[in-house]
Design a protein around this ligand. Structure first.
Ligand SMILES: [Cu+2]
Length: 298
């Protein structure tokens, strides 16, 4: 039916607009722009970002694709780097996410050598530094993030890792369609897990020596993993985890307090005002689209 097809296309476009992205990162008390999918790609020359750019917010639905490492379009490579002290916190600030998209949220790090534009993200060895899944209260990581931590996900840089350059990867895995897709959404969703990763460029300082073993993306997950076949509509709170265990630092460190710094998104005060105004409009629009998709379970 023609009307139905048109509706499906519109719904697909709207659903794409509903997915969130990381628009800001607080790395050891310095706030960096993330990658604003609607705004950043409109600047020439490219803005210097700690994020791998591109801007796809679409789900990755395959555990064997190269896109699993740092998302679909991960160019341009970062033109900036965030300096963090081993043992400090890093917070990823997402635009409004979706309550329906239940699943684990993780953070990973991988060391690299040389220039960031020359690295092959599929050859990096990522170790997991944090995994949040479903709590004993039945509340999933995505819901916790939306309701209790102001849409931010925070991980701690392991205190004992060797100083140097790293890629940090924050990923939401959505399992709401892992086992089946409801009839009203079947036209534009396939059965299976969905992956939403983003990567950022870090320089870690400190005196650690640890070099945790890592895994590659793709490679870390398999479509048959119990953690990807999990029924998020059950009341089961024994989620089996996904991928390797979280790396735990063997040491702790007492860091001096550091005052908050905000990095300008454009390098120019007048242009920043315009940038932030556009961003607010964009974030509000996405929030209302997300709320609509939550209301229909999409
Ligand atoms: Cu989705």
């Amino acid at each position: 039916m023609k009307t139905l097809q048109v509706t499906s296309v519109l719904a697909f476009a709207a659903q794409t607009a509903a997915h969130g992205y990381i628009y800001s990162v607080n790395a050891d008390n310095t706030v960096y722009p993330g990658w604003d999918v609607e705004i950043d790609s409109t600047y020439t020359p490219a803005l210097a970002r700690i994020a791998f750019g591109g801007g796809s917010v679409n789900p990755i639905t395959n555990t064997t694709t190269n896109d699993l490492a740092c998302n679909i379009n991960h160019m341009p490579a970062p033109g900036a780097i965030a300096e963090v002290r081993a043992g400090s916190n890093i917070s990823f600030h997402w635009s409004r996410w979706l309550y329906s998209h239940k699943g684990p949220i993780t953070a990973w790090m991988a060391p690299y050598e040389g220039s960031v534009d020359a690295i092959d993200v599929n050859k990096l060895a990522f170790f997991k530094i944090k995994e949040e899944t479903v709590g004993a209260d039945g509340i999933w990581a995505n819901v916790r993030m939306m309701n209790f931590t102001n849409d931010t996900y925070t991980a701690t840089i392991p205190a004992d890792i060797k100083p140097g350059t790293y890629i940090i990867r924050n990923e939401i895995v959505a399992l709401h369609f892992a086992l089946s897709v409801p009839a009203n959404l079947a036209g534009f969703n396939s059965v299976g897990p969905q992956f939403y990763p983003t990567c950022f460029n870090l320089r870690v300082t400190g005196s650690g020596t640890a070099t945790p073993l890592g895994v590659n993306f793709p490679g870390a997950y398999s479509a048959t993993d119990p953690g990807l076949k999990f029924d998020v509509y059950s009341n089961d709170t024994n989620y089996p985890s996904l991928g390797p265990a979280v790396y735990k630092s063997k040491t702790s460190v007492a860091l001096e307090p550091k005052s908050l710094t905000v990095v300008s998104p454009t390098g120019n005060d007048a242009a920043d005002a315009d940038y932030y105004a556009k961003q607010v409009t964009e974030l509000e629009g996405r929030a209302s689209t997300s709320a609509y998709f939550d209301s229909i379970g999409g």
